[in-house]
Design a protein around this ligand. Sequence first.
Ligand SMILES: [Zn+2]
Ligand SMILES: [Zn+2]
Length: 338
Amino acid sequence: MRAVLLDAASPGVTRRRLRVVDDWPEPEPGPGEVLVGVSGVGVCGSDLALLAARRHPPGLPWLVGHETFGEITATGEGVDPGRAGQRVVVEPNFPCLACPVCASGRTSSCPYRKSLGFSEPDTMADRIAVPARFAWPLPASWDDGDAVCAEPLIVARAAIRRAAGVHPIQDGHCLVVGAGSQGTLLCLALASRGITPAVLEPLPGRRDLAVQLGARPVLGNDGGFSLIFETSGTGAGLSEAVSRAAPEAMVVLIGQSAQPVPLVTQIVVQRQLTLAGSLIYDHPHDFAEAIADVKPGAGRTLKACYPMEEAEEAFRAAAEMPGKTWIKVGSVISRARG
Ligand SMILES: [Zn+2]
Ligand SMILES: [Zn+2]
């Protein structure tokens, strides 16, 4: 079957490269697993970090991708065979569900968590095998665009849920820093709660898309925000987030970088700010709730779709274009089992 592999950089070149192979081994669904015929995979900032060698997979070549939807084509032992034919979105982080951290409900912090695309190879391939409980049936009202945006949208919703648990979310006091695909989806998720976030983004195309989805542009020295989501993962973004914060504000960090960033601690201390990281989502409730109550519409953030053979161009576009870029892998090979 076909698969998109991340390869080491050629000699003299720092950038890694992607190549499509057609002889990747077919996966088999093991006990408790389903085989998913992949329809599409979103390109995420963290995938771009792998290509740019800012993040490192366990080895190369490496099968990339993690924002995946498709259709169940076969079921492993112990899985309801009636699930074959279900259209599903994959929750690509598998906590152990047995340790004390998982028992506390914060499965995102599970020290044994496996992540597709990062610690585990997958999912930019024709077919993948995943644990059945992490393949979520999609409502018929979700189109392909909504489905490909589901995972990053749920990252955004989880950040809002966690912030709302400790800090009031007030309309007119919310700021989103960065309008890449994660920032744009965060604006959309806030707008769906009746909040009009201000958005700070230097690229006009990205800023315009966030505004179309319900945000308003930050004006000049706009400040005094009580809840700020930093999605750029850059030092400049964090500086903006902190400098525009009101006293007692909360700054939620979603964008991440391995590079040190400048931080004016005087502002943090004098304004008594809370800085909190928010990582992915917790199993199972974040996926369950989103799929039960999100109105389709996240697909409006999609701006470019590429065939699998043009994965390298898709990654390049994702780094520059407004909105989300995705790779259409194909339709399923077989709707029926066996
Ligand atoms: Zn992602
Ligand atoms: Zn665990």
